[in-house]
Design a protein around this ligand. Structure first.
Ligand code: BGC
Length: 488
């Protein structure tokens, strides 16, 4: 756990830098139908046979609903000064809609959680939406496929949160990774609500159109919620609000081939520019997307463009890995949403994209993180809040001394936080203001169930109490940030 490779990075991060852990309600809370909570689409999906790799549900998850106080105490021992978590919409408004009743028990739960964080000098960052759309809204009008019905429901939910928590919460994130919600939920059909053109996965859905409609709904409803915050709350509450986007780095498969360099750039535009260009750059989708998708890509009115552009006050960045992109000569597939590229694990010279983890899509590639920080900063010129980054590690099945001494994860953080993020700040001049590790404890990794362990704390799922065992990476992060962050 030495800091050798980052010795020269002492004090490179600003004194008010936020560092902590990120979580999401569905993945940790449990109590899925307790104290008035309504079902979300992930409750439904989790209870549908065949959808979750290990057949599990998030009914109990890691019981953070019951143990949030001791989790905060644990985080305190990990040295954090901030915590990013999401609110369960259906705990607050069980049916979700603009005229549906508010559940005071749900409000109280989050209110107590916020107070407990503040008592411990931990700054709360709240995500309003981390994928758990109210099932009732899905049933009522098709959820985000129906932008006109959905938007006022989301804005009302946001408003309730600003009203009830905004006196104490100063950092708001409207959506977590709209792109993942959209592509996995409506193109591939492997996440809730599980719609897809692939009939072996779903009886309903159209992968060639629905993802673009749902993305459009998220962008617009985000912008309307931000407008409500700005007009009705911000002056008094003095908080900041934005959105969190996912993004992998794309490298050309053959860096000598102009077509692969273009493919890599196009892949970034489809994955990141899809959401970030309208919000930070132009009020509209990237030209490369319009070119490939034509009228399947919805259009913003002039008024909407103005509403959307500038609707996020920081760039919320979730980043995990890097892929190689090879151009395709064939016409794009009708269901393609990646920019007509072939995604590869190795480049032309057989160099792998990174070290393997316990998760198929995720390989450790810290160099790509530094490049993406630069790409985002140059293209969008916004302060960056890194709101998620982390890894699984092979062989983490029991809390043995070896597993808890998680050297692989420690090296991952050394690369991503030290040699990528801190160097991007010091040597490339990128403005980064936070880092939230994914994640505090092992948890319910969506369709992967409980097998993929991203936690800096091991969870014994067999035990009634979901016993927590700290992994060494949590202490390493503490030491690393003490070294990187300048004292006031
Ligand atoms: C999501 C998390 C998820 C993590 C690891 C992100 O895409 O926001 O909810 O657990 O990646 O897959």
């Amino acid at each position: 756990m030495d800091l050798n490779s980052v010795q020269d990075l002492k004090d490179v991060l600003r004194p008010d830098f936020f560092h902590g852990y990120a979580t999401a309600a569905t993945q940790i809370e449990g109590a899925w139908n307790k104290d008035g909570k309504g079902p979300s689409i992930w409750d439904t999906f989790g209870h549908t046979p065949g959808k979750i790799a290990d057949g599990s549900t998030a009914d109990d998850a890691v019981r953070a609903y019951d143990f949030y106080r001791s989790d905060i105490a644990l985080m305190k021992t990990y040295g954090v000064n901030a915590y990013r978590f999401s609110l369960s919409w259906t705990r607050i408004i069980p049916l979700g809609g603009r005229n549906d009743p508010v559940n005071e028990t749900g409000i109280k739960f989050y209110s107590d959680l916020i107070d407990e964080l503040l008592r411990n000098n931990i700054t709360p960052f709240i995500t309003l939406f981390h994928w758990d759309t109210p099932q009732a809204l899905e049933d009522r009008y098709g959820g985000m496929l129906n932008q006109e019905e959905y938007t006022p429901d989301f804005v009302r939910y946001a408003r309730v949160c600003f009203e009830r928590f905004g006196d104490r919460v100063k950092h708001w994130i409207t959506y977590n990774e709209p792109g993942i919600y959209t592509t996995l939920g409506y193109a591939e059909g492997v996440h809730a609500p599980g719609r897809s053109s692939f009939r072996e996965r779903s009886e309903e859905g159209d992968s060639s159109t629905e993802p673009f409609v749902v993305a459009h709904t998220q962008i617009l409803s985000h912008a309307y919620a931000v407008r409500a915050y700005r007009e009705e709350f911000q002056e008094r509450q003095r908080g900041t609000i934005g959105i969190t986007l996912h993004g992998n780095w794309s490298e050309p498969w053959d860096e000598e081939d102009e077509r692969d360099r273009e493919a890599a750039q196009r892949a970034l535009e489809f994955e990141i520019g899809w959401f970030a260009d309208p919000i930070y750059k132009s009020g509209d989708y990237p030209a490369s997307m319009r070119k490939q998708l034509g009228e399947r890509l919805p259009r913003f009115t002039e008024e909407e463009k103005k509403l959307v552009l500038g609707s996020s006050e920081f760039y919320g960045m979730n980043h995990y890995t890097t892929f190689f992109m090879k151009h395709r000569d064939a016409e794009p597939d009708i269901n393609d949403n990646k920019g007509n590229v072939e995604v590869r694990d190795e480049n032309k010279h057989g160099v792998p994209r990174g070290e393997e983890t316990d998760t198929q899509w995720l390989r450790a590639a810290p160099g790509g993180f530094r490049k993406l920080l630069n790409w985002i900063y140059q293209r969008y010129q916004m302060p960056i809040y890194v709101t998620e980054n982390g890894t699984t590690a092979k062989g983490e099945t029991a809390p043995t001394a070896e597993v808890l001494n998680d050297e692989f994860r420690i090296r991952f953080f050394e690369g991503y936080v030290g040699n990528a993020l801190a160097r991007a700040v010091k040597e490339d001049g990128v403005d980064v203001r936070s880092y939230f590790a994914w994640t505090l404890t092992d948890n319910w990794e969506w369709a992967a169930g409980y097998a993929d362990r991203f936690g800096c704390t091991f969870i014994d799922y067999e035990s009634e109490e979901k016993t927590r065992y700290p992994k060494q990476s949590a202490y390493y992060l503490d030491k690393l940030f003490k070294h990187l962050i300048k004292d006031e």
